[in-house]
Design a protein around this ligand. Structure first.
Ligand SMILES: [Zn+2]
Length: 333
């Protein structure tokens, strides 16, 4: 069962012209939709769990849902990642829950605090065989408890390339989420999306070898927004990052991991709304969660094309075997 850290994935993604999709899981249907899509496209994947997901679903349930996904697809390289960890206590809980990767997000703290917190997490996670993602710069938008800057201020808080170099050197972090003009949530931009590609390029130059991560990069597909608005919803002016821009960031600029959460929510919600509106007598949850799950499969398959990760699963498994990466201590129990 190739449950692994993100290292074998990023080793290949770094100069392989693809990125690994990191998908937020909150329940069984979402997890099944993601894993089916990745199996169909033979893509490596990261299943990520936020603090909110732990609270909503109960970690014990999530752990077993994920274990089932891993068991069902032993051929797929999978990493289990904490999304937006905010405290050492949460990180330690995840180390005990079998995560292979954790994010510590100190981006809202003063720089020195971010360095200190991240370095401490790295010192705790590495001996447990777990890798660490951190964040530098501030994103826009809002995601659960993570509140960013206003859309018009995003440019002021882009990641500074020299600071990134200093941060990496002092924390020994394994990957870095950067602020390049993206925003969390479904309302990312007032006008058209604008990613600071030159900023990615500069950070790649100051930090050669450091895998970069894009948050706030959901595409907010118009088809889902249209369905939601058609069938009783109200999401005017929702706007995301076009998939062509994600493709460019990944294939031309070397971004290694792209987080996807909002698009999963939109796909599920759009389909459920459609069923409720077109079949008002339907009351079997399988008959609306099922189509929702199918919508996730279709959306994720298209996303994997945008990430250029189609067909990369086997090579990642080979890299994992080559590294001889031990399983996190949790799995040796
Ligand atoms: Zn995020």
């Amino acid at each position: 069962m190739p449950l692994m850290t993100t290292k074998p994935m990023f080793d290949l993604a770094y100069d392989g012209g693809f990125a690994v999709g990191a998908f937020n899981v909150n329940n069984m249907e979402i997890t099944q939709g993601i894993i089916s899509a990745c199996a169909a496209e033979k893509s490596p994947l990261i299943l990520q769990i936020s603090k909110g997901a732990r609270k909503y679903a109960n970690m014990r349930f999530l752990r077993h849902i994920i274990a089932a996904a891993v068991e069902e697809h032993p051929e797929l390289p999978i990493a289990i990642h904490l999304d937006h960890g905010d405290t050492m206590d949460l990180v330690k809980a995840c180390l005990n829950d079998g995560f292979t990767s954790v994010m510590i997000d100190g981006s809202h703290e003063p720089y020195e605090e971010n360095v200190k917190l991240t370095a401490e997490v790295v010192k705790t996670a590495h001996p447990a065989g777990v890798v660490v993602e951190a964040e530098l710069g501030i994103l826009g938008g809002i995601e659960e408890h993570v509140v960013g800057v206003k859309a018009e201020e995003v440019e002021k808080f882009l990641t500074d390339p020299e600071e990134a170099r200093d941060f990496w050197r002092r924390t020994k972090v394994d990957s870095l989420a950067i602020a390049i003009g993206t925003s969390h949530g479904a309302y990312k931009f007032k006008h058209e999306a604008k990613l600071a590609m030159d900023r990615i390029e500069q950070i790649m130059k100051t930090c050669p070898g450091l895998p970069l991560v894009m948050h706030g990069s959901s595409s907010v597909p118009q088809e889902f927004i249209d369905l939601i608005n058609k069938y009783g919803g109200s999401m005017p002016n929702a706007k995301g990052v076009p998939e062509e821009q994600i493709y460019a960031a990944v294939t031309q600029y070397g971004v290694c991991k792209v987080n996807i959460d909002t698009d999963l929510r939109l796909a599920l919600t759009a389909k459920i709304r459609e069923v409720f509106a077109t079949k008002p007598s339907e009351f079997d949850p399988r008959n609306y969660l099922g189509p929702g799950r199918e919508a996730i499969v279709t959306m994720v398959r298209r996303k994997l094309q945008a990430l250029n990760s189609v067909g990369k699963a086997e090579a990642v498994v080979k890299q994992w075997q080559k590294l001889g990466e031990p399983m996190p201590a949790y799995y040796k129990k």
